[in-house]
Write a protein that binds this ligand. Structure first.
Ligand SMILES: NC(=O)c1ccc[n+]([C@@H]2O[C@H](COP(=O)([O-])OP(=O)(O)OC[C@H]3O[C@@H](n4cnc5c(N)ncnc54)[C@H](OP(=O)(O)O)[C@@H]3O)[C@@H](O)[C@H]2O)c1
Length: 249
């Protein structure tokens, strides 16, 4: 039996991943700002589930929660909590941009550091960031989200070079579109959209195998691979093509 702490585990990918580990008999903690989002009856169904009501932007609260859960063991921390723009408005929103950067990047660092203290001592453990394919390029209408996920990809690329020296494994997951409450808000097309159950299964497999980087589905991985390698003037030309003129909005 292993112990998993998953941030943002009240809905979507986080909860589905938590459920898969709970079904296998592992200890799991989830945190979120709104625990009432959890499916009804899960606390009764899974006695080994622990829940913490907090925001990942609250460094102290998250620190205390992870250390509380770790009293009975901690093997893997999954920094999954994240928010996005929803709409693809071209004009960036100041407050939304700050909230995205704060939750997605600072929230991940807030989750990793209490775990790293524990793992360094044990010389064993795994940290996992749920980034996104959106982190490989600057996507139109998703400036802060692309920036936040790009930062996680780079952060963990460095960690994956550094932390194995202390016995710590680092995994970065970059999903394409997955059907969750987050993507339900999207007002644009979502190619290769995958069910949350299937997405969580793929993520779990990559975590269990301790993959350093896992990008899926393969079609999206291929598209992003190509877009990232294009000369930037060509990338700008292609990405502007299907877009309407929003300049007067
Ligand atoms: N769905 C996709 O297509 C997709 C693709 C690539 C990457 N991702 C990434 O996967 C992760 C999960 O996304 P999802 O699609 O499952 O979204 P979701 O259904 O909206 O779930 C997001 C989870 O994060 C929690 N959360 C948000 N802000 C938080 C905060 N400040 N503190 C604590 N918890 C917070 C939410 O719980 P509360 O509201 O209770 O706080 C919720 O449990 C995100 O990092 C997202 O960027 C998603």
């Amino acid at each position: 039996m292993k112990s998993y702490f998953i941030t943002g585990g009240t809905t979507g990918i986080g909860w589905e991943l938590a459920r898969l580990y709970l079904e296998e008999g592992h200890r799991v903690a989830v945190c979120g700002r709104n625990l009432e989002k959890l499916p009804n009856g899960v606390k009764e169904k899974y006695s080994q589930l622990m829940t913490y009501q907090l925001s990942v932007t609250d460094e102290l609260a998250l620190d205390l929660a992870i250390k509380d859960f770790a009293k009975d063991g901690l093997d893997v921390v999954v920094a999954n909590a994240g928010i996005s723009h929803g709409s693809k408005d071209r004009w960036p929103d100041r407050e939304a941009s700050k909230a995205i950067i704060n939750t997605n990047i600072v929230g991940t660092i807030n989750a990793f550091f209490p775990a790293l203290e524990i793992f360094k001592e044990k010389r064993k453990g795994q940290i996992v960031a749920i980034a996104s394919v959106a982190g490989f390029v600057g996507l139109p209408g998703a400036s802060a989200y692309s920036a936040s996920k790009g930062a996680l990809i780079h952060l963990c690329e460095s960690y994956a070079l550094d932390l194995p020296n202390w016995g710590i494994d680092v995994t970065t997951i970059c999903p394409g579109f997955i059907d969750t409450p987050l993507t339900k808000k999207n007002d644009h097309s979502m190619p290769f959209l995958m069910s949350c159950e299937k997405g969580a299964q793929k993520i779990k497999k990559a975590i269990d195998k301790k993959k350093v980087l896992y990008v899926f589905p393969w079609q999206m991985a291929l598209v992003m691979h190509l877009l990232r390698r294009l000369p930037r003037f060509l990338y700008r030309r292609i990405m502007k093509l299907p877009m309407a003129d929003y300049s007067n909005k």
